[in-house]
Design a protein. Structure first.
Length: 422
């Protein structure tokens, strides 16, 4: 059959073939629009048993259109469906059989054709450009991408694959799709964009899997706390509630090394150990966790345990060439890391454990919030922002109990905008 699929007869042929394994690439109508606001132009479909791929047309200036429901029917029957960036694909096809190629090997950077480069440049900032690029050029680019990554389909899945493919992806997708309501005037003032709802984009294809969160030139993980820009984000319900985990990394480190801080504030415990005030205790603890234990505190039980853990971690890493992180199963290997040292490796493990723990927390939150008006709209490492409906006080109590399940202390702030200091 010809590679261009634009008729009912052609899509029926593909459906009736009963493919069990395939790769797809979703080509949106607009390249730079968030998938929550985007739609499909074309779907490149490459069954593993075929010698060529097929370009299924949904909305393109040169072709007839296939209904998306027919593509759903085609894809639902496939047992192993490879895709680059499963989280992105879920906006268009929420299919359980999706397997994220980017979790098997580093993300492939797609080389644009000359047509892509010219038209993206000519219509910079415009929507719908993918509908104008010749279909044959989309097909050429997708075929090139498939040939570059197809070797990963038959490789053994890494130990961490299930955790990130089936849990982390859904955890972050569940936040992204909610978006955050904005004050349009303030949003334009601070970010030079016009919208009444902003959408985030979490990227956990990082060295430690700790996600970045940038979209449309805005770094949502590092919004300025002092210049008023956070006031541009407002709740759709009654108010924002922010839950911060207190002393997160010291708490995670304590769990790793088998140390119990007891009840109460962790930093207060450290202040007692150091015999300094609260603020100084926080400073001293973080300096030592990230930079190494100071000589005068090496005999404190917590740091003695941390030092032993770091020594064993480094020993396993240098002898085996890799170590496996707890919870996620993520592997840090010598072949993928440069200029490592014991403290740096420990910090990587802490960041990975932080993310893995947060994924577990987020999955429980999504279940608790299913069917509720209250939504989680932003996550930043040790901070969780909720768009809270005041008629759902029971669900907020349930959310607080989730943190207790993980033996984590929290602090809560609330307000009518994200600028809690305003």
């Amino acid at each position: 059959m010809y590679w261009l699929v634009e008729t009912e007869e052609q899509i029926s042929y593909l459906i009736n073939r009963g493919y069990k394994e395939a790769y797809i690439e979703i080509i949106p109508i607009s390249q730079d629009v968030h998938p929550a606001l985007n739609d499909i132009s074309l779907v490149y479909f490459r069954p593993s048993i075929e010698k060529k791929g097929f370009m299924i047309c949904v909305d393109h200036s040169e072709t007839l259109s296939i209904k998306k429901t027919r593509i759903d029917e085609l894809l639902q029957g496939i047992e192993r469906l490879y895709v680059q960036d499963k989280k992105n694909a879920l906006y268009y096809f929420p299919i359980k059989s999706l397997l994220d190629v980017n979790l098997i090997s580093p993300p492939y950077i797609q080389e644009p054709t000359a047509a892509h480069t010219i038209l993206y440049t000519r219509f910079n900032g415009k929507t719908g450009v993918n509908r104008l690029i010749p279909v044959v050029k989309h097909y050429e680019q997708s075929e090139t991408t498939y040939n570059a990554i197809k070797h990963t389909f038959n490789t053994q899945l890494p130990l961490h694959f299930n955790f990130y493919n089936n849990y982390a992806t859904l955890a972050f997708f569940g936040i992204e799709k909610n978006g955050i309501k904005t004050n349009p005037q303030l949003y334009e003032q601070f970010f030079n964009q016009k919208t009444n709802r902003a959408f985030t984009r979490y990227n956990f294809y990082t060295t430690t899997t700790r996600p970045s969160n940038t979209f449309g030139g805005i770094n949502f993980a590092a919004l300025n706390k002092d210049n008023g820009c956070r006031a541009a984000f407002i709740p759709s319900n009654d108010r924002f509630v922010e839950i911060d985990i207190s002393a997160y990394h010291p708490s995670l480190a304590a769990n790793l090394v088998g140390y119990d801080f007891g009840e109460g504030d962790v930093h207060e415990r450290f202040a007692e150990m150091y015999k300094v005030d609260y603020a100084k205790a926080k400073e001293l603890t973080f300096k030592q966790l990230y930079g190494g234990v100071f000589e005068q505190y090496k005999e404190l039980e917590f740091f003695k345990k941390v030092s032993v853990y770091i020594d064993n971690l480094w020993k396993n890493y240098t002898e085996n060439g890799w170590i496996e992180s707890p919870t996620s199963g993520y592997q840090f290997s010598e072949e993928n890391l440069d200029n490592m040292n014991p403290q740096k490796l420990f910090n990587y493990v802490l960041q990975n454990l932080e993310t893995a723990t947060n994924v577990r927390i987020l999955m429980k939150m999504h279940r608790a919030l299913r069917g509720k008006n209250t939504k989680i709209v932003l996550y930043t490492y040790d901070s969780f922002l909720f768009d809270f409906d005041e008629n759902e006080k029971d669900v907020m109590r349930e959310i607080k109990n989730i943190f207790k399940e993980f033996n984590l202390n929290t602090k809560i702030a609330h307000g009518t905008s994200y600028d809690f200091n305003g």
